[in-house]
Design a binder for this molecule. Structure first.
Ligand SMILES: Nc1nc2c(ncn2[C@@H]2O[C@H](COP(=O)(O)OP(=O)(O)O)[C@@H](O)[C@H]2O)c(=O)[nH]1
Ligand SMILES: [Mg+2]
Length: 468
């Protein structure tokens, strides 16, 4: 064991959220979490890896099963405080390979602690405190290792203060920590507290916190980059089919349209998978995976309001983008009055784009009639559709970036307030975004793509450095 790399053993009764805490603090969804107690029978290590480095290790342990018997065994062998640590060592040595096995779970959880791990003791703040916990807390105290207690409010905070009074007598730090919802700020607070608790780990933990900052920035950029690239891929995608000589055109058109829409749905799903992978949520189950779920279809125009911009906003943006917008907006003309002017002045690109929305799957023919025709679907040039695709991707990026790894519920892409997201941009930037999206069906050059990435980073609203 590298003495400067922190190792924490996560211990407590079964079903108190130990595995959930390990999962959230190591950002790994491979940790087994189960409502059935006794799922974890062996201690298992998980690492937090950041940018190619292992920063710390958490050991998920089975819960205490017979703490009173263990304590009485230890008590018989330790006459005073100086002998207690040694009695715990003896206990592990004696029962490690006992046949038939005895105190299996306690051996599993004490072994890493004897080996130098710090202790994270987990209790449930919605269950009352009772003296039966005193045996396990005493055993942990007797190990002499640095100790922190986390109160997990699984079913509420009813007994938190009761727990605080009891725990503070046995643990150097006591915190309320909900592994399902703890954002990065709360995770950092736990680590910082441990740095205070155990001097030899302080430098390493501070280094980890700095690395977390860098990593978050990296992820934010990579996530936005992925969204930008996949958005352009979806909006510029086409689907072509040769027309057999005797083809029945309406049937062909129908088929082509179906294939084309299917292709765009697949591109979107693939982008979601990539975003999951980026945030280490590969096992995440989403609404898309469950066929019967009423996941709003990409082409269901009745559901577009869930993810896109409202009509008014589209008209304003589209008109501004179409009207060499910069100069007009620089003149300080407000949105509403500008619109009146724009329409009166004959700038109707906004309205034209609304008209185009009616047929997102517009088909056209390509090729010379003699050599046989091809039917081409796409790309969709409809600005409303483009904002819907953007809204869905940005929403999904936010979802995977904020979710803890302990949260195993099915992910649901919530309605997006894209109008509000756009307000995170200045007016000129909103128009720039609109222009980039309007151009996306032709593909974007590197510079344009970078601009798009920047704008997307802003509308996702990634938290800037959280205070620790
Ligand atoms: N609502 C809620 N459920 C939780 C929380 N922590 C754990 N659980 C659930 O409690 C059960 C046991 O969690 P687990 O982490 O496996 O506990 P362990 O047995 O101590 O490792 C699982 O069904 C978890 O989803 C929490 O903070 N809130
Ligand atoms: Mg467990």
């Amino acid at each position: 064991m590298n003495p400067s790399r922190p190792v924490f053993a996560v211990v407590g009764h079964p079903n108190r959220g130990k595995s959930s805490i390990v999962s959230t603090l190591t950002r790994q969804d491979a940790v087994k979490i189960s409502a059935i107690s006794g799922t974890t029978t062996r201690s298992q290590s998980f690492h937090l890896n950041l940018m190619g480095e292992t920063r710390y290790e958490l050991v998920d342990t089975p819960g205490f099963q017979r703490p009173r018997q263990v304590l009485s065994w230890l008590g018989d062998r330790a006459c005073n405080a100086a002998e207690r640590i040694e009695s715990v060592r003896q206990f592990v040595a004696e029962f490690e390979s006992a046949e038939p096995p005895r105190f299996h779970d306690e051996v599993e959880l004490l072994k890493p602690i004897i080996g130098g791990a710090g202790i994270i003791y987990v209790v449930d703040g919605s269950l009352p405190y009772s003296p039966e916990y005193e045996a396990e807390m005493t055993i942990l105290q007797w190990t002499g290792q640095p100790r922190m207690a986390l109160i997990n409010p699984i079913g509420g905070e009813a007994y938190v203060s009761q727990w605080q009074s009891a725990l503070s007598q046995y643990f150097g730090v006591v915190r309320v920590f909900d592994p399902m919802t703890a954002d990065e700020r709360k995770q950092r607070a736990v680590l910082s507290a441990f740095a205070e608790l155990h001097e030899p780990w302080r430098d390493s933990i501070e280094h980890t916190l700095a690395r977390m900052d860098q990593y978050r920035e990296q992820l934010a950029w990579q996530g936005a980059h992925l969204v930008a690239e996949r958005l352009v891929a979806i909006l510029s995608s086409t689907h072509e089919r040769r027309m057999p000589a005797k083809a029945v055109e309406p049937l062909m058109q129908e088929q082509l349209k179906r294939e084309y829409q299917q292709r765009l749905r697949e591109l979107e799903t693939r982008a979601q998978r990539e975003l999951q992978a980026l945030f280490a949520h590969t096992r995440l189950q989403t609404d898309v995976d469950v066929l019967e779920a009423d996941y709003p279809d990409l082409f269901d125009q009745d559901a577009w309001y869930l993810f896109g911009l409202d009509r008014q906003k589209i008209i304003v943006l589209s008109a501004s983008a179409g009207a060499a917008a910069g100069a007009v907006l620089d003149a300080g003309v407000g949105g509403a009055s500008f619109m009146t002017g724009a329409i009166a002045g004959g700038v109707t690109s906004g309205l034209a784009s609304i008209a185009a929305t009616l047929k997102p799957e517009k088909l056209r023919f390509r090729g010379v009639p003699l050599a046989g025709k091809s039917l081409v679907a796409g790309p969709v040039k409809d600005l409303r559709f483009a904002f819907v695709v953007l809204g869905r991707l940005v929403g999904f990026l936010e979802l995977v970036s904020q979710r803890t790894h302990a949260d195993r519920s099915r992910a649901k892409l919530e309605q997006q307030d894209m109008n509000k997201r756009l307000e995170l941009l200045g007016r000129m930037e909103q128009v720039r975004l609109t222009r980039l999206i309007q151009k996306a069906h032709k593909g974007l050059n590197d510079k344009e793509l970078e601009q798009l990435v920047e704008l997307i980073q802003t509308i996702v609203g990634f938290p800037t450095k959280p205070a620790s």
